[in-house]
Design a protein around this ligand. Structure first.
Ligand SMILES: Nc1ncnc2c1ncn2[C@@H]1O[C@H](COP(=O)(O)OP(=O)(O)OP(=O)(O)O)[C@@H](O)[C@H]1O
Ligand SMILES: [Mg+2]
Length: 374
């Protein structure tokens, strides 16, 4: 874990970072985002001691980095920057192998590793290894930059706007590539960007900075749904959630208080309850709110229900959704099963809410209107 503890940085009397405290989990992608000059690069460069704090402490696995040798610290951390930072007078091969050579890895291993890295970032080794950086496109150079950062297999990789100079198509494919690499190698990646879509897409956690302060540090989902203040709200932008429907969860749009009834209640009572509540089904639960089944008004037509109770007519074979399911999977379930009523239960089968076709449309359009109003 990388931990910032009340880190401040000032140049003369200009405060560039103020009391920045946060913890970066191992094997996760953390994005630092904010407007130009807010202190992103400064924060990043403190992790490999290219910049030293004025006050405060940074630890890696509980060790104060001030006590570590800065050179070996830097070698143990991968670093990718915007204009690749490749050495122009070195070939692609020499660039990728640099740290491994410094670390005196044997040359057979180095060769194998270099080829592996090239393949990993989707570049043909035979074609590119002996070229110079200027003979590659921006996107290809950035791939080499990533290959170089991963080559010595560091635990931590710092990336400072690595994709910002690329066209959108190349950028998206490199984001995908990075996510694939992360799935495979599971590094601790700290990634600086200006682009909220990029941050939402790749991050486990996002740190939003404003004027040298950390204003919110949370998952993409929480930042979209619960921005900490107006700055974050404006920064995130209107309707952003709609570009990330995977982050809209069943719990965000379900009816929280579905109309319920107990098994032993008479059908007469149940029908009356449906009528009063203007619903066409009741969720039948036990005393612990565990869902037993659904009673549909439609199954009570043309039947003799005198002296009968809910239990005699309930549908026990039902599909449920979980509060944490995304609406994308929910829509598929509703569509595949042609169902209009979908109870939401937790892992113990306790009723938490209800989604109906009409509630789905209403709450989605309401969310949309609310967002528009803001
Ligand atoms: N050596 C320095 N001396 C004085 N001020 C500096 C120095 N380095 C950075 N700054 C200032 O510190 C602030 C934060 O800079 P930093 O590079 O961290 O910003 P950033 O968020 O990375 O911006 P950008 O998105 O433009 O890269 C800026 O106002 C910058 O002018
Ligand atoms: Mg910067």
């Amino acid at each position: 874990m990388i931990k910032f503890d009340k880190v401040c940085k000032a140049y003369k009397d200009k405060k560039v970072l103020q009391n920045v405290s946060f913890e970066i989990e191992d094997n996760s992608i953390t994005t630092i985002i904010g407007e130009s000059g807010c202190g992103k690069t400064t924060t990043l460069k403190m992790i490999n001691r290219l910049i030293e704090p004025t006050s405060g402490k940074i630890t890696i696995n509980d060790k104060d980095i001030k006590r570590m040798n800065p050179i070996s610290l830097r070698r143990s951390i991968g670093y990718v920057i915007q204009q690749t930072g490749l050495f122009p007078h070195m070939t692609i091969k020499e660039n990728i192998e640099l740290i491994l050579k410094i670390k005196k890895v044997n040359s057979k291993k180095i060769n194998a590793r270099t080829e592996e890295m090239m393949e990993m970032v989707g570049l043909d080794a035979d074609e590119f290894l002996n070229r110079y950086p200027s003979e590659l496109s921006g996107g290809q150079q950035q791939r080499v930059g990533i290959a170089r950062a991963f080559a010595s297999d560091p635990e931590i990789i710092l990336m400072d706007e690595p994709f910002s100079a690329l066209d959108p198509v190349t950028r998206i494919s490199l984001q995908d590539e990075l996510m694939k690499l992360q799935e495979k190698f599971s590094k601790t990646i700290i990634f600086v960007t200006h682009d909220m879509d990029e941050a939402i897409k790749i991050s486990d956690k996002i740190a939003i900075m404003d004027g040298g302060k950390l204003v919110q540090y949370d998952t993409p989902e929480m930042i979209l749904k619960h921005p900490a203040n107006d700055f974050v709200k404006n920064f995130v932008g209107k309707n952003r959630i709609w570009t990330s429907p995977n982050l809209i969860k069943v719990k965000d749009i379900m009816i929280d208080n579905p109309i319920t009834c107990k098994e032993e209640f008479s059908i007469f009572y149940c029908l009356n309850k449906m009528k009063m509540s203007r619903v066409d089904s009741l969720m039948i639960i036990d005393e612990n709110k565990k869902l037993k089944g659904i009673l549909y008004a439609s199954s009570l037509t043309n039947v003799d229900y005198e002296n009968k109770c809910a239990k005699d007519f309930i549908e026990n074979d039902f599909i449920t959704a979980k509060p944490e399911d995304s609406i994308v999977s929910l829509l598929k379930v509703i569509d595949d099963n042609k169902i209009a009523t979908l109870p939401v239960t937790d892992e113990n089968g306790i009723l938490k809410g209800l989604i109906t076709r009409s509630s789905l449309i209403t709450s989605l359009s309401q969310q949309f209107l609310e967002k528009e109003d803001k």
